[in-house]
Design a protein around this ligand. Structure first.
Ligand SMILES: N[C@@H](CCC(=O)N[C@@H](CS)C(=O)NCC(=O)O)C(=O)O
Length: 239
């Protein structure tokens, strides 16, 4: 089969895998499984679900980081990262993944896009991805995200409530991780790609926040992020 093409925005801002946690998640998985891939900038109009990341696999376009990973896991059979997990471990992995991706994610959108400090931080990075004058496009994206947050519900909370939600989510991950090297024990599993992507997205960008300070105070999460980074992202510059 031809080499997988990963369609993601270029760049490693602040030493992140990607600005988008879903792109970091999928690329982390490809690195965890030593799946050969080439990266290519996405076309939003060509994206199967209108979102990033997506991949070309054997001539087929597949959208959604999780659907791509599930397909690759199926193809790997006994070499799948989640092979051998118990029903209970799979359930914990699923619950943590969906908490981060369908809940915590929106607290990150609030911090990066709605708060002025976050918007000031992210705008120059977004401008690198948008050809031509980007000011208007960024304001449009911000306004669309404000509506998305309102519809999803996070946008109806105060800033303080949103911060408390995010911290409680990371505390839950910290409690589940305990002193294990990976979320479900001794070996890295698919859920670790998500957990890593979300933690680096809080820890690396130069945005001081109550959430970042709280995560920095959870020593096991900080050590975990460094462990995964060393193992899968050692090619990225520090700092
Ligand atoms: N469930 C999707 C979520 C992907 C997602 O929300 N990507 C965002 C960037 S972080 C996106 O493409 N947003 C563009 C849009 O919603 O129009 C996945 O896991 O791939």
């Amino acid at each position: 089969m031809s080499r997988l093409i990963l369609h993601i925005p270029p760049g490693r801002p602040w030493g992140l895998g990607n600005l988008s946690p879903f792109c970091t998640k999928l690329e982390t998985y490809l690195r965890m499984t030593e799946t050969p891939y080439d990266s290519k900038p996405p076309s939003m109009s060509g994206a199967p679900k209108g979102k990033i990341p997506y991949v070309t696999l054997g001539g087929e376009l597949i959208g959604d980081s999780q659907l791509v990973m599930e397909r690759l896991e199926r193809d790997r059979g006994e070499r799948a990262l989640d092979h051998g997990l118990s029903e209970r471990e799979r359930a914990i992995g699923r619950a943590v993944r969906r908490m981060l991706e369908e809940g915590t994610y929106f607290t990150g959108i609030h911090m990066r896009w709605i708060r002025d400090e976050g918007f000031a931080m992210i705008s120059p990075e977004m401008k690198k991805l948008i050809p031509g004058p980007a000011g208007l496009i960024l304001r449009l994206i911000r306004s669309k995200l404000r509506k998305t947050l309102h519809g999803q519900g996070t946008g109806r909370h105060s800033h303080e409530e949103i911060v408390a939600l995010a911290i409680a989510d990371y505390q839950a991950v910290s409690a589940l991780l305990g002193d294990q090297p990976y979320l479900l024990g001794e070996s890295p599993r698919t859920v670790d790609a998500t957990v890593y992507a979300f933690l680096e997205g809080v820890l690396r960008p130069p945005l001081d926040s109550e959430i970042k300070r709280a995560v920095l105070g959870m020593a096991n999460l900080v050590a975990y992020t460094e462990r995964l980074r060393k193992r899968y992202w050692s090619d990225l510059a520090e700092g």
